[in-house]
Design a binder for this molecule. Structure first.
Ligand SMILES: [Zn+2]
Length: 361
């Protein structure tokens, strides 16, 4: 059964969550808040399950977001005439199972393939739930997901983030007055602890179909689904998923309306990769976190930001300034539309740029 016609029509703001949201600082939510106006003016079809919200972006191409109050990435769910193609598998096997069950409520068409936009844990650690299917990824993602994934610094940072969130909730509980607020915090703690325990179940599953430059899936009614490597950016192997007929691109973590996580990035090459993206014919893109973006000028703004960041960091590096001091003093506040409130850049970004300058790859 296809539920496309049964969806309730609601305003497109994806920031409207089902229940009160406690503060979970994460890039995805920040980007979502930053970009909410880009979506707020549009009416979109939305289908909800107990765990997921599907927002139809174009012609049965859905942005699929978990409604659990934890950090997660978005998936793209593409319902074709005969099958379903999924892009990105969520943060844990448990969240992937919720996604798969929700897709079964959305449509009775079978999932035929999973595409990984990149290797990061929040996009690929649900892969094991799709292991009877083609899992398509870049060769670089295969390499990174075949290695010692539990020692991957970005994954370790994710585990540390879970611990920090638990400690923060415990602190809030300790400071809360008895009453409804405290009870809600205790319920949130229980839910979040269960989510953190789900990470123990992860057995990283690399893609089983890999590509270096491009691959095309052909689907009746959909036309081409182009899987494209346009250059290094957020990682060494980011894939864009391009729907020429629908003028839509899923950009993973390469393009948001604002800057992305740079800790594994190639900041010096990123603007050119975005230039290659802009050469495609599209009028909307769906990032790996947050709502779709129709204001394509945002890509230009981010390109300029990365160019300036790379140039200023390289100047500090050449002058022998430590990464710590560079992180405190680099001033990008003239990028008023990004927006940046204070002088300074996060240390992880500067350390990554310094690493690339010291070890050209
Ligand atoms: Zn990422």
């Amino acid at each position: 059964m296809d539920r496309g016609n049964q969806m309730l029509q609601v305003s497109g703001s994806i920031c409207r969550l089902r229940s009160a949201v406690l503060s979970v600082p994460c890039l995805g939510l920040l980007v979502a808040l930053l970009l909410a106006p880009a979506l707020a003016s549009q009416e979109r079809n939305v289908f909800e399950t107990d765990t997921h919200r599907f927002t139809e972006v174009r012609n049965q191409i859905y942005l699929a977001q978990s409604t659990a109050r934890v950090f997660n990435s978005s998936s793209l769910v593409v319902v074709n005439d005969d099958d379903v193609v999924v892009v990105d598998s969520h943060v844990t096997p448990s969240k992937a199972r919720d996604l798969i069950a929700s897709i079964k409520e959305l449509t009775d068409k079978p999932i035929s393939a999973l595409i990984n936009s990149h290797h990061h844990w929040d996009h690929a650690h649900g892969n094991q739930e799709f292991d009877d299917l083609p899992i398509i990824g870049h060769e670089y993602a295969y390499k990174r997901l075949s290695g010692d994934v539990r020692a991957d610094p970005t994954f370790v940072r994710g585990l540390e983030g879970n611990q920090a969130t638990i400690e923060r909730i415990l602190q809030q509980i300790a400071e809360a007055e008895d009453g409804e607020g405290k009870t809600a915090l205790q319920a949130y703690l229980e839910m979040f602890r269960a989510h953190a325990a789900d990470f123990d179940e992860i057995e990283p599953e690399p893609p089983n179909v890999t590509l270096k430059e491009r691959m095309t899936l052909h689907r009746p009614g959909r036309g081409e689904i182009q899987i494209l490597f346009l250059g290094r950016a957020h990682t060494g192997g980011d894939l864009m998923v391009y729907f020429p007929q629908d003028k839509l691109v899923f950009t993973g973590d390469v393009a948001f309306g604002g800057p992305s996580f740079l800790g594994d990035g190639y900041v010096g090459e990123w603007p050119q990769t975005l230039e290659n993206l802009k050469a495609l014919d599209f009028d909307i893109f769906v990032p790996g976190h947050g709502p779709p973006v129709t204001d394509l000028r945002r890509i230009d703004l981010v390109q300029e930001y990365y160019r300036d960041l790379w140039r200023l960091a390289a100047e500090k590096h050449a002058a022998g300034v430590s990464a710590e001091d560079a992180a405190k003093t680099i001033d990008l506040t003239h990028h008023t539309e990004i927006p940046i409130n204070n002088v300074g850049v996060d240390l992880i970004s500067i350390q990554r740029i310094y690493h690339l300058l010291d070890n050209p790859q």
